[in-house]
Design a protein around this ligand. Structure first.
Ligand code: UD1
Ligand code: UDP
Length: 381
């Protein structure tokens, strides 16, 4: 007889709310799956957290750990303690993790030490730069996971190279592509951001920035801000500023434009507004993983303000260019040169069914006590 499978999903940061929204919905549609949602509290400002729950109809978390900000050690330690307590109380059949944040790494460690199976969504991504906290987090999560949901074939190949058994890997596509497809129409109906900011469609650059390698190196952050000022002389710039970046600029005495009509440094926006801003931009410049892909989904050229990227297929396809922010001129030139370049319509990220595949695999693999019907058992037979 099939059992009810209790799945504990651990989330905590903005991109995880967006990914979990589509997966939670798919889990709810599968009979026999019961999701327990755990919010670590890593992101906590209204516009970094609750806004996404409201807009995307994400169920209210069953547990909110309220850990907040801190150094990597402090923050991860508080999460580890809180997640362990929740897992001991809930005793889930499997723990579901997303991406590469400290919430992901803490969830992986807490679950592994309790001998609970782990499933990792967005497995196999690598920048090969271990100075990035995300690289450490994703390696820990992948290597402790029993089930690896790879968004692309490149991610799958990387997991195989690292010795992961093939039967643990499911190439399912990218849940962010599902999200973009599911919410594009709603965004068009509901968002008024273009009018509110008095923008002209196709006539502005959209920017986001939050990676430690950019915010915590004053020379790089200054190069970005000065470079954007120079872009703004030719093309208006809209920049929803991540709180990390605002705090870093303040600390480093770098002034962000307040009310310059050609250069809008605004508060973070909701997901529906973000979709509209992305769709209507002439170019997107970012160091975000999610935003690089969304630029591609919406057919907009992208400039990645980093030395490397995990989403290599976009660079190989020529629609994403790496532009390390080493000087204001490099930033200006990189952004303006990308305007008007073409974006191919290749399907790198699946068919928009990643969440459905994930839910189906979790049910098949964990609903039968003897594991029959799982991909593992199917491969063995
Ligand atoms: C985190 C993830 C990163 C992910 C990003 C998504 C880690 C190591 N990093 O980076 O992988 O791409 O989220 O946005 O997990 N802050 C606020 N309000 C908030 C949240 C943060 O003011 O609601 C400020 C605080 O000053 C905090 C800083 O932002 O110290 C950094 O927050 P943190 O969650 O540690 O990392 P992110 O840079 O957001
Ligand atoms: N995003 C948003 N509002 C913003 C900036 C980003 O809704 O002001 C969304 C964006 O569309 C994408 C996700 O947040 O879906 C990306 O998150 P972020 O850049 O914080 O993290 P990363 O993807 O780099 O881990």
């Amino acid at each position: 007889m099939a059992l009810t499978v209790k799945i504990a999903s651990i989330i905590g940061a903005r991109p995880q709310f967006i990914k979990a929204a589509v997966v939670s919905r798919a889990l709810a549609r599968q009979p026999g799956l019961d999701e327990v949602l755990v919010h670590t509290g890593q992101h906590y400002d209204f516009n970094m957290s609750q806004q996404f729950f409201d807009e995307l109809d994400i169920p209210r978390p069953d547990h909110h750990l309220g850990v907040g900000s801190g150094s990597h050690g402090e923050q991860t330690a508080r999460m580890l303690t809180g997640i362990e307590q929740v897992l001991l109380q809930e005793r889930p059949r499997v723990v579901l993790l997303y991406g590469d944040t400290n919430s992901t790494a803490a969830g992986a460690l807490a679950a592994a030490k309790l001998n609970l199976p782990i499933a990792h969504v967005e497995a196999g991504l690598r920048s090969f730069n271990r100075r990035m906290p995300e690289e450490i987090n994703r390696i820990v999560a992948d290597h402790l996971s029993d089930l690896l949901f790879a968004p692309t074939s490149a991610a799958r190949d990387q997991l195989l190279r690292e010795g992961m058994p093939a039967e643990r890997i499911v190439t399912c596509g990218d849940v962010m592509f599902d999200a973009a497809l599911q919410h594009a129409r709603r965004a068009g109906e509901r968002s008024r951001i273009i009018e509110t900011l008095a923008l002209t469609r196709g006539r502005y650059a959209l920017v986001t920035l939050h990676r430690a390698e950019n915010t915590d190196q004053p020379a790089r952050l200054r190069a970005v801000v000065d470079g954007l000022r120079r872009v703004a002389a030719d093309l208006p710039v809209v920049w929803p500023v991540h709180p990390r970046t605002r705090a870093a600029a303040h600390k480093q005495g770098i002034e962000l434009p307040a009310a310059d009509p050609g250069f809008l440094a605004i508060e973070p926006v909701g997901y529906l507004d973000m979709i509209l801003l992305e769709q209507s931009a002439a170019v997107i410049a970012t160091d975000s993983g999610g935003v690089q892909k969304e630029a591609f989904f919406h057919g907009v050229p992208c400039v990645t303000l980093r030395d490397e990227t995990e989403w290599v297929e976009l660079v190989e396809a020529g629609c994403n260019r790496l532009c390390p922010p080493v000087s204001a001129d490099a930033v200006r030139q990189g952004i303006l040169e990308a305007v008007g370049t073409t974006v191919p319509a290749t399907r790198f990220y699946g068919e928009g069914r990643a969440a459905e595949i994930i839910a189906d695999e979790l049910r098949t693999r964990y609903a039968n006590p003897d594991g029959t019907g799982s991909a593992e058992a199917r491969c063995a037979s």
